[in-house]
Design a protein around this ligand. Sequence first.
Ligand SMILES: NC(=O)c1ccc[n+]([C@@H]2O[C@H](COP(=O)([O-])OP(=O)(O)OC[C@H]3O[C@@H](n4cnc5c(N)ncnc54)[C@H](OP(=O)(O)O)[C@@H]3O)[C@@H](O)[C@H]2O)c1
Length: 236
Amino acid sequence: MERPDPHEAGPPRPWVLLSCAASLDGFIDDATDRRLILSHAADLDRVDAERAASDAILVGAGTVRADNPRLLVRAEERRAVRVAAGRPADPIRVVLTTGGQLDPAARIFTEGERSPLVYCPAAHAAATAARLGSAATVIAAGEPRAVLDDLARRGVRRLMVEGGGTIHGAFLAADLVDELHLVVAPFLLGTAGAARFPRPAVFPQGPDRPMRLAEARPMGDHVLLRYLLTGSDRRE
Ligand SMILES: NC(=O)c1ccc[n+]([C@@H]2O[C@H](COP(=O)([O-])OP(=O)(O)OC[C@H]3O[C@@H](n4cnc5c(N)ncnc54)[C@H](OP(=O)(O)O)[C@@H]3O)[C@@H](O)[C@H]2O)c1
């Protein structure tokens, strides 16, 4: 278990890209156990390119438990380009948990060349480290801002936050998002109680401080909305 020094002056915090696909009525999953794909092959390839352009990819423990993702770069040519540039084939994979209920047999811990970083509040960090063993490096830091500071010290300049709705909400509410990519799927899910983008919170990006639309890109019947969050409190 590692414990970052909160007083150590570090490099600028990473550029944070928040990526999400939602139904037209704002749901990011349905209520079934199967994994719901809200976009299509061309968009999944675009997301793969964004992963390959990132130094780290972050998800919440809820997404690890629900989707069991690997969070690796899929396209061999993108992996080769990263390696040729002296970078690891895959970005650093990052999981945020509060209680530490993560299964070391989950794919994110068993696949990939480098084990993930798991951030956890100090109170649960030792137990989480014991549970995960060599499958992950557990770091005692709970809040998104502290996580970003620690990632910056590890050389992360561009972080892709892939979800789920709770983590999206936590980063937006803390005003730590620089860019938002939202893919809107052309259907309604209407599932009461299912995960939404984002979970309700007090957001600084309200009507008094709207986001700037940088691009609206049709992709068949889906659309990618790319927003820049000019008010985010970057340290640079
Ligand atoms: N459509 C998309 O683009 C997309 C992308 C990703 C995921 N998803 C979907 O999203 C759903 C999962 O979303 P979710 O909201 O249930 O879970 P989540 O956002 O993936 O993870 C939430 C968990 O993160 C941990 N956490 C750590 N720090 C936190 C903080 N500061 N604030 C809040 N939580 C913190 C907690 O873990 P502990 O519970 O371990 O304490 C919390 O329960 C799944 O259905 C998945 O399929 C959709």
